[in-house]
Design a binder for this molecule. Structure first.
Ligand SMILES: [Zn+2]
Length: 295
């Protein structure tokens, strides 16, 4: 069961230029991001950072194939110390941010300095996960993600992310796009798209309020024709369950479980991604310790 209702306008639209050399995806996810900020009780800059990370992870997941899971992990020196977002090619995502406890120094961009890691895991095979890490260079997530694609996956890419806050610090809009040159793209084609994207300099104003990803793609691709490849509903999904939490607790070790029992008379575990609480009463914890001992 999802904690955030699906909103029909929240989706990604993928396209390919008619020559097949440039691919693009545009995302509108205002209600999804607003719902996640509300779920975590955050406003202002942390909410905007969460929104940017969610759009970024969905952009990455949108060009994953099959059963791949994408984890975007950003560690930064700005008001947000860490952002963790999981996204899937089925258009679902979950995530949270950890804010800095000390007042951050003036930072480069919103995020400041730090590292950006992308972990891609095939969920159905034993293949080694792929991990790519780049430093945050500009502190602007869209620019640093462009750098990630060039540096880590050798794909010339342009990324735009727009998250706007309302007067109360809530999410007013959240959207983004990714345009990539495929092998075989001519420098002419790449230049055309680049100049078009540079025209979208008032990115937020240009598409922030709009809820139509296809229109954004039409602006980016301008006069070049393109074909729509996929349109997908986006939503929130968390994979936590009592079973998973139980398994995680057994890994904590008998000593730790014993001290939970004697100090708290039970255990309570909260999922950072969705805030679901799993409570283990005294007798349940005793049973868990007993079965852990038998391993
Ligand atoms: Zn959860």
């Amino acid at each position: 069961m999802s904690k955030i209702p699906l909103h029909p306008s929240n989706r990604w639209v993928k396209c390919l230029s008619s020559h097949g050399n440039i691919r693009g995806v545009a995302i509108h996810a205002t209600e999804l991001v607003a719902g996640m900020a509300k779920l975590h009780g955050i406003r202002g800059v942390p909410a905007a950072c969460l929104g940017e990370a969610v759009i970024g992870a969905l952009l990455i997941a949108s060009n994953s194939k099959g059963q791949e899971r994408v984890n975007l992990n950003i560690q930064a020196t700005g008001p947000v110390r860490q952002a963790l977002v999981d996204a899937h090619p089925d258009g679902t995502a979950r995530g949270y941010v950890i804010t800095s406890e000390t007042a951050p120094e003036a930072t480069l961009g919103t995020w400041g300095e730090g590292m950006l890691s992308v972990l891609r895991t095939k969920t159905e095979s034993q293949n080694q996960p792929y991990i790519g890490t780049v430093p945050l260079i500009t502190g602007h997530l869209a620019k640093d993600l462009s750098f990630y694609w060039v540096q880590s996956e050798q794909i010339p890419s342009a990324v735009g992310i727009s998250v706007k806050l309302d007067a109360e610090g809530g999410i007013e809009s959240a959207s983004g796009f990714l345009v990539q040159a495929m092998p075989g793209a001519t420098s002419e084609e790449v230049r055309l798209i680049e100049s078009q994207i540079n025209h979208l300099n008032t990115l937020a104003g240009e598409f922030g309020g709009g809820s139509e990803p296809t229109k954004l793609l039409a602006r980016i691709f301008s006069d070049s024709s393109f074909m729509l490849l996929e349109e997908r509903q986006l939503g929130f999904s968390c994979s936590c369950s009592r079973e998973r939490v139980t398994r995680a607790l057994t890994l904590v070790g008998v000593d730790e479980l014993e001290s939970m029992l004697s100090e708290d008379g039970g255990a309570s575990v909260r999922c950072d991604f969705c805030n679901e609480s799993y409570t283990f009463e005294k007798d349940q914890l005793v049973e868990l310790i007993r079965s852990s001992r038998q391993r």
